[in-house]
Write a protein that binds this ligand. Structure first.
Ligand SMILES: [Fe+2]
Ligand SMILES: [Fe+2]
Length: 229
């Protein structure tokens, strides 16, 4: 597809959400390709939805002439690394998906599979928290002191919930009826926590990461992809 193709969201078929219409075009595109979208409304929410669908591979900016917004977007090619915060967003999405899978396995009565999925989720979340506490929190401690303190406190609470879930998983199956409740509580906490991080801290982390010429990003990527112990 040409980089000059413009998808006009005013032509979205009736009853179809704009994000669905835009995604129907985007999913036919490949890495390295570009698209312009004309949106009569502020495209921030739309782009957040499209980023989710596209696993945070989009680079985009929007300009407005007062009548609407022209979004220029590009799908990162294989050789183009994700930014630090896109990498972290993708990890948030992956963990959320694991948690949903765990819950549905528990609810479906697949106990052994559920415990294995919960264990993988536990390792991923603990590794993610360590990265944020060790590598990222110090970088933004001055820039974003209050949200950093809040983030650390929420991490402590989440770790306590993870310990409780591990205990439940280690118990005999017949005494584990509460696992879905524990997972549901954690899903609610995690959801709010990720949202706060993405809105209050990601900009500061991205700025700090841009100073280090990719060193920090490489370290985050290495630790996220390390196999669980
Ligand atoms: Fe976090
Ligand atoms: Fe996070």
């Amino acid at each position: 597809m040409s980089c000059c193709y413009v998808l006009d969201l005013r032509l979205t078929p009736q009853g179809v959400p704009a994000s669905t219409y835009a995604y129907s075009v985007l999913r036919e595109m490949g890495p390295g390709e570009s698209l312009r979208i004309w949106s009569p409304e502020d495209p921030t929410l739309l782009m957040a939805q499209l980023q989710n669908h596209m696993r945070h591979t989009l680079v985009w900016h929007a300009a407005t002439d007062g009548q609407g917004y022209l979004v220029t977007l590009h799908i990162r090619g294989p050789g183009e690394a994700l930014a630090l915060t896109d990498t972290l967003r993708r990890d948030h999405d992956d963990m959320d998906a694991r948690l949903v899978r765990s819950l549905s396995l528990v609810n479906g009565g697949y106990w052994r599979e559920a415990v294995s999925e919960v264990t993988a989720f536990d390792h991923a979340l603990r590794a993610h928290i360590l990265i944020e506490n060790d590598l990222l929190a110090p970088l933004a401690a001055r820039d974003a002191e209050e949200p950093t303190t809040l983030m650390r406190r929420e991490h402590d609470d989440i770790l306590i919930q993870l310990d409780a879930i591990q205990e439940v998983c280690a118990a005999p199956e017949e005494s584990c009826k509460d696992l879905d409740t524990w997972l549901g509580l954690l899903a609610a906490s995690l959801n709010k926590h990720e949202f706060r991080e993405e809105t209050l801290l990601f900009d500061a982390w991205e700025r700090a990461a841009s100073v280090g010429h990719g060193t920090l990003l490489n370290e985050v990527r290495r630790r996220l992809s390390s196999p669980a112990p």
